[in-house]
Design a protein. Sequence first.
Length: 263
Amino acid sequence: MPEPEENLDDEIDLVTEDNRSIAPWVITFADMVTLLMVFFILLFAIGTVEQEKWRQIKESLREALGADSVEELGTRQGLDVIQTQVDDQTVHAVDEVGAMVNREMEDIISEVEEFVFKNKLSGEVRVSSDERGAVITISDVVLFPAGSADMTPKGRTTLRQVFDLLKQFNYNVKVEGHTDNTPIHTLRYPSNWELSAFRAAEVAHMLIDDGYPPERLSVEGFAEFRPKVPNNSVENRAINRRIEVVYQRGSIRKRMVKILKRK
């Protein structure tokens, strides 16, 4: 029995000595190899094309090229379509469409600004542009009483004035309702979600009654969750309570593509 114990002690000493004999650079090298492996895995993950991004690329190419279809994600044919069709002429066409969209947006904004000035609506109607398109903002102080989606007589007058302008541009329009963060809890409006949606729908109904094509309208309510300024004062809350009529950039772009194809 003593012999095995001595042999075990000898083995432990041998392992300990072997560990001590490993050069420090070997451990550093092993760490470096591990990090390189992780790095290449990350590169592979980043390089994978997501389905949604590919769908957006296909839609953009289809509009710019007038192509009926672009091959699906990951196929050799899809890569060939991009390589063969995205040439200097295509790039020029895409740039030209973008320039046409920007000019049309500028024209809309200019028309609205002139309209607001002539009708003395500067405190009630504003116009701007962002990634959504050309945005006409109407204060809900003018359109609706507090906590209600029933339009005031003055609001109807103001909206009809704005409608005279809206019908000049034949684009898809989205009506967005926004509130401040003041809570509401009534039978008709359990929260600001319902209030903002009802207000946007009321504006859309009035536009339809006055002749705006319903197929070109959509409605969204955002409650208090997309404020323009912090809800920390009476003035700021009044700014956040608004209706936004958005001439959608995508609709403008489609029209410009059609015009460009006819040239």
